[in-house]
Design a protein around this ligand. Structure first.
Ligand code: XIL
Length: 320
C-alpha cells in the first residue's frame, strides 16, 4: 500500500515522481523510485528537453531520454514526457538563430515530429508547450511567439498529434492552480488550439507551491479552478508538485505542509478529470528548489536521507 496504490483505488491513473539520469546511480534512491506502491508514473526532469534532445540543428540525441523511458517500461510505470517547446533549456541556435517565420515553423515542426516519433507509443502524456504565459495571462515573449505569433501553439500541438495520435497532449504551466489572469490565459490557450481544429487533451498544473499559501490552502478554490479547465473538455494533471518552506523546516511548517499535501490530493480526488499527481522528484536529496529559491527547500515527502517524513507521507496516503 502506498500513495500510488491509493490513487489508483480512488479512480486516478497514477501517483508519480519526476526523476533525472544522474540520480539513477544512487541505488537506494532508485529502489524507492521503482516501488510502484508509491509511484506508478515517472517524468524525466530534464532529459527530454530541447537542449538535450536537439543540441545542434538536426542533430538528435535520445540516449538520456531513453534511459528514463526504459526505466518506466521496466518498472511498469506510466511515462509523462516533458517537454517539447519551452523558452528555457532551449539551445542558443534556436533562440539566437534569427530565423524567419517559415524557417522557425519548420524547425519547430521537425523537432516535435522527430522527438514524438522516437517515443511513439511510450508517452502516455506529452507536455507539448510549457510556460507560454506571463503572470497576467498575456503571452510570454519568447522566440516562438516573437517570430510566429500565437499560432506556434496550435502548430506545435498539431505536429505532436500527427506523430503520436494516442499520446495525451498537455499545456503545462505554474501559478495556474488558483483562479486569476494566468489561469484565464491558459483557458484561452485551450480554446485557441481547439479553434484551429487541433487536439489538446489536458492542462498540467505544475503546483510548485509554498507551505501555507498559494493554491493548496483551500480545497474548494483548488477544485473550482480545476473545474474551470475541465469545463473546456480537457483533463487536468498535477505535474510538478512540491511545497517549499524556509529551511531548516520547523515542526509547525511540516505540520502545515502535511495539510497542504493532503489538500492537493483531496482536490484531485474530488475532480473526476484530474488524472493523477506527480511530485517534482520525491526526495529533498534531489529537489531543484534550493538551487533556485535561496533559503528554501524541504519541499518533498521524503527527506535528504531518503527517509519518509511520516507526517507528510501519511497525510498524502490518508487523503486518498
Ligand atoms: C527544472 C529541473 O528540475 C532542474 O533540474 C533544471 O535545472 C531546471 O528545470 N518548471 C518546469 C520544469 O516545467 O521543467 C523545471 O525543471 C522546473 C520548473
Amino acid at each position: 500500500d502506498g500513495p500510488n496504490t491509493r490513487a489508483v483505488a480512488a479512480g486516478k491513473q497514477y501517483f508519480g515522481s519526476a526523476t533525472d539520469n544522474g540520480e539513477l546511480t544512487d541505488a537506494p534512491y532508485l529502489a524507492g523510485l521503482s516501488n510502484t506502491a508509491d509511484f506508478g508514473q515517472i517524468t524525466p526532469a530534464n532529459s527530454m528537453k530541447w537542449d538535450t534532445i536537439e543540441p545542434s540543428r538536426g542533430i538528435f540525441s535520445f540516449t538520456k531520454g531513453d534511459v528514463i523511458a526504459d526505466l518506466a517500461a521496466k518498472n511498469g510505470q506510466i511515462l509523462r514526457c516533458h517537454t517539447l517547446v519551452w523558452h528555457n533549456q532551449l539551445p542558443s541556435w534556436v533562440t539566437n538563430g534569427g530565423f524567419d517565420n517559415a524557417t522557425l515553423i519548420s524547425i519547430l515542426q521537425n523537432h516535435i515530429t522527430q522527438e514524438v516519433t522516437h517515443y511513439k507509443g511510450k508517452c502516455a502524456h506529452w507536455d507539448v508547450v510549457n510556460e507560454a504565459l506571463n503572470e497576467d495571462g498575456t503571452y510570454r515573449t519568447n522566440v516562438f511567439y516573437n517570430t510566429i505569433g500565437e499560432a506556434y501553439l496550435p502548430i506545435a500541438f498539431a505536429a505532436a498529434a500527427a506523430a503520436d495520435p494516442s499520446a495525451k497532449l498537455y499545456y503545462n504551466d505554474y501559478n495556474i492552480e488558483a483562479a486569476g489572469g494566468k489561469s484565464t490565459g491558459a483557458q484561452r490557450i485551450v480554446k485557441l488550439i481547439k479553434q484551429y481544429g487541433v487536439k489538446i487533451d489536458g492542462i498540467g498544473m505544475q503546483a510548485h507551491l509554498i507551505v501555507g499559501s498559494t493554491g493548496s490552502e483551500s480545497v474548494s478554490a483548488w477544485t473550482a479552478n480545476m473545474n474551470a479547465f475541465t469545463a473546456l473538455n480537457v483533463d487536468v494533471a498535477i505535474t510538478e508538485l512540491d511545497i517549499r518552506t524556509t529551511t531548516p523546516a520547523t515542526a509547525a511548517a511540516v505540520t502545515q505542509q502535511a495539510k497542504d499535501y493532503a489538500n492537493v490530493v483531496q482536490g484531485c480526488k474530488a475532480v473526476a478529470r484530474c488524472v493523477g499527481i506527480t511530485l517534482w522528484d520525491y526526495t529533498d536529496k534531489y529537489s531543484w528548489i534550493p538551487s533556485v529559491f535561496s533559503g528554501q527547500g524541504a519541499a518533498l515527502p521524503w527527506d535528504e536521507n531518503l527517509q519518509k517524513k511520516t507526517e507528510v507521507y501519511n497525510a498524502i496516503l490518508n487523503a486518498w
